[in-house]
Design a binder for this molecule. Structure first.
Ligand code: NAD
Length: 491
């Protein structure tokens, strides 16, 4: 535990809000307090907007190749600090080292994408669009942008936003989850090391007060949000009402559909990774396992077998840890309550892993709940923890109909050896990210992270070209240069 409060980062300086309320930052694997976080408020947002607005004048005017060079350096520095960042994620989030390395790697892929910014920003042109008139389009940065992020991917999710926004010529204010502020601070520090000018990237810590100030401040042009559906909706409504463009990604209920002809070994590995990776705290976590025909019993047997050997523990202290803790005591208690209420319903059966729950930290034995029906809360609501429901539709048609009744629309995967079943599923399912024999169909940085329904509010998603469009506005320039002028000059 450090005695020093965790500072925010404004205009290149570490800044601690005065007279602020504080919260504890915990190591979820031990329950120990590892830092004290003073929360900022409207005054801190004001200072950050002032700094970011000043920095925008020069940063937006810099040649795009200069901006790309800084991103290239940032990519190299991140690679040098990959392991350090991964361990920091383990410390404040509790996920396993392998999962934390994936978190960093996926974030770095966005920086790699953003390094291509000279190419990504190129517009269109059409000479002689009318007599002696040429037309071109350009993409220009929009100004100060803000990002609000959740606890579950302390590096990757912030990096869905700020590298691309900054590469496009904007300046940025990040409000990370108050549960995982350390990774965000390190990302800011390393960007400065790469040569980013002061004020281009700022971090303001806190919770609702900071978010409200970001959503309403007239100096902020765009807000990117990732978190629960309830807050995503609220941020979308408030920030759009205040004239900002908004992309707000929310919660999810993702389906893993197993057909009778699926390869059971690879499917079991994919299902286990999807449902219990990051202790189920992923917006792309498969939480509804649907088995058609013989696949339901086969998957039940295999998942139960795999749960028995899934080792829980502190990823920084023990080897062979397969699953870390959930983020805090509130989450663990909420998940326990869900399992208690499910246990009282005799139509459903709860099977828990056999590995012991460590007696310190916020661990919860993973669970499979068999015979969940579409009208039950566990089918409909995001649990966001290591609880997998086994659902037994009688046909592919019934499975798709049940899935399409869900309000969310993040991810869905089919496991099959049939191209026809895969094609039918991919075409008819109502969600934005579809997997075929892929447990977590989370798109790489060149594609948009494409949630639908209650999983996304807005138009342009994070990542890929949609990210570039979100952080820029387009201009169409029509020019007429009259050839008569050349003749008049006698040239
Ligand atoms: P959360 O909604 O509680 O918090 C997200 C952010 O919003 C945090 O920075 C938090 O400080 C802030 N916040 C919380 N309550 C607020 C309020 N009332 N007003 C304004 N701001 C508020 O989410 P979480 O618990 O940190 O993360 C888990 C959720 O995020 C899950 O629902 C998960 O599915 C979702 N998520 C979605 C995606 C996606 O791409 N769709 C990705 C990752 C996580």
């Amino acid at each position: 535990m450090t005695d020093r409060p965790i500072a925010g980062f404004i205009n290149g300086l570490w800044t601690i809000p005065t007279d602020a309320a504080c919260s504890d930052v915990m190591n979820p694997s031990t329950g120990a307090v590892i830092g004290i976080l003073p929360h900022g408020g409207a005054r801190d947002v004001e200072l950050a907007v002032e700094a970011a607005s000043r920095a925008f004048i020069d940063w937006s005017a810099r040649p795009v190749s200069d901006r790309a060079k800084i991103l290239h350096r940032y990519r190299m520095i991140l690679a040098e600090h990959q392991e350090e960042l991964s361990r920091l994620i383990c410390l404040e989030n509790g996920k396993t080292l392998e999962e934390a390395r994936g978190d960093v790697l996926r974030g770095m892929e966005v920086v790699e994408f953003a390094c291509n910014i000279p190419h990504l920003l190129k517009g269109e042109s059409l000479p002689q669009v009318a007599e002696e008139i040429d037309g071109i389009t350009t993409r220009e940065p929009i100004g100060v942008c803000a990002g609000v992020t959740p606890f579950n991917f302390p590096v990757m999710v912030p990096m869905w936003m700020f590298p691309l926004a900054i590469a496009c010529g904007n300046t940025f204010i990040l409000k990370p989850s108050e549960k995982v502020p350390l990774s965000a601070n390190r990302l800011a520090e390393l960007f400065l090391e790469a040569g980013l000018p002061d004020g281009v990237f700022n971090v303001v810590h806190g919770s609702r007060d900071v978010v409200d100030a970001l959503c309403t401040h007239p100096g902020i042009r765009a807000v990117s949000f990732v978190g629960s559906t309830r807050v995503a909706k609220q941020v979308y409504e408030t920030a759009t009402r205040h004239g900002k463009r908004v992309q707000a990604a929310g919660g999810a209920k993702n389906v893993l559909l197993v057909m009778p002809d699926a390869d059971l070994d690879s499917t079991t590995r994919a299902v286990m990774g999807s449902a219990f990776g990051c202790a189920g705290q992923r917006c792309m976590a498969g939480s509804l396992l649907m088995g058609i025909g013989s696949a339901a019993d086969a998957m039940r047997e295999r998942v139960c077998g795999a749960l028995d050997v899934l080792k829980l523990g502190n990823p920084l202290e023990e080897d062979g840890v397969g699953m870390g803790p959930v983020i805090d005591g509130d989450s663990r208690d909420r998940l326990r309550t869900i399992l208690e209420s499910v246990s009282q319903d005799k139509t459903q059966q709860v099977v828990r892993g056999r590995c012991p729950e460590p007696d310190i930290g916020y661990f919860l034995k993973p669970a499979l709940v068999d015979n969940v029906r579409p009208e039950q809360p566990l089918f409909q609501q995001e649990a966001f923890g290591p609880i997998l429901s086994l659902v037994r539709p009688t046909s592919l048609d019934e499975a798709i109909a049940w899935m399409n009744r869900l309000p969310y629309g993040n991810g869905a995967t089919i496991f099959t050896s049939s191209g026809a079943a895969a094609r039918d599923f991919s075409r008819r399912i109502h969600c934005g990210m579809v997997g075929v024999n892929v447990g977590v169909p989370a798109p790489m940085a060149i594609f948009p992270f494409s949630g639908w329904g209650e999983s996304f509010f807005g138009d342009l998603h994070v990542q890929g070209m949609e990210g570039v469009y979100f952080y820029t506005r387009q201009k169409v320039i029509l020019s007429r240069w009259d050839r008569g002028y050349i003749r008049k000059q006698g040239w």
